[in-house]
Design a protein around this ligand. Sequence first.
Ligand SMILES: C[S@@+](CC[C@H](N)C(=O)[O-])C[C@H]1O[C@@H](n2cnc3c(N)ncnc32)[C@H](O)[C@@H]1O
Length: 386
Amino acid sequence: MSVSHLPSPSPIERQHSQTLVEHIRTQITQAGGSLSFEQFMQLALYAPGLGYYSAGLRKFGAAGDFVTAPELSPLFSHCVAQQCAEIFAQLEHPSILEFGAGSGVMAADILAELERLACLPERYAIVEISAELQQRQRETVQAKVPHLLERVVWLTTLPENFRGLVLGNEVLDAMPVQRFRIAENSIEEQQVIWNGEALVSQFAPANAVLTQAVREISGTLPLGYESEWNPHLVGWFAGLAAALTQAVVLLFDYGFPRREFYHPQRDTGTLMCHYRHHAHADALLYPGLQDMTTHVDFTAVAEAADAAGLRVLGYTPQMYFLLHTGLQARLAASDAQDIVAHTRLMQQAQPLIMPHEMGELFKVIALSKDLDIVLCGFQQNFINRL
Ligand SMILES: C[S@@+](CC[C@H](N)C(=O)[O-])C[C@H]1O[C@@H](n2cnc3c(N)ncnc32)[C@H](O)[C@@H]1O
């Protein structure tokens, strides 16, 4: 894919990216000449002080690189709050735990709506690796619901004996992945090396773990087929499940069940980079300046959750989740006489629910630990497609 259409980074941004490239180059040397793509992605996104999510660049919203559902409209968070209220009715002293809270807008909007529903959590804990984002989240909550700021805490490790609702919007797609290619009688893994002038990628024989994983998932993929595999899911869900006493986990992201994810025609994988609202596939272009994501294999998510002792309660496209958690009612109740307010609300709802925007590609998966509950957001449940 051509990247000539991309906006040019400023001199300061170029300098920042160059510093990260130097850091990655040092890691390549120390590792004996190459890093796996997964190690490269880990550094590009999360190297302390330098990675895309660890450094202080503006990422979310119109002035950043991409827009997420909670940034588009408070309607999204209000629907999540509606689902939350139903779960809280089953629990004593519940809390919320959110992973990777971005600008903090979802936390603030959920808290505001739960207050309106007289159903506030004991506390709203955020697991956020970026100090700069923690600060931004604090400012957002302070600006939107200052009287509720005292309920919000920032954690660097998982809590113990958590009871309540766990949330993650577009967190799974930000986990570093391994990239593989189907070769003649073998599996190859993408690596990143330094060619004397720049970072470049190459393929080399995959290790036993990746080879086994690809053989288990892929069936008969054609020669030359490239895709991704997330090696972090099993460990992540094991850690999460161990932290929960009684809880529901709701994860929102774009992706598909395995047979769609590894569809023979999806032969270059799903890796995508986002730079100032332009999408492209060159992961080595602007390390530290661009987001890197992959779609989520929700079958792998369900398997990892199941292996960790979590029960898969539901799986549904975002449009159905939102419509059944009050979006339809909110749109119907909006005053059709106030044409400006009504139109604004409809415009906000559109990208969240239209099938060709976020409505269908984005899914919600619900998991539970020691809680038997039927969730209103999953009245149209596609769990059997996983
Ligand atoms: C695409 S952003 C989404 C931000 C926000 N949830 C939103 O919807 O606007 C991905 C976020 O996930 C976070 N993240 C990725 N892996 C994580 C992990 N293992 N634990 C906690 N946060 C993680 C990143 O740091 C980043 O803040």
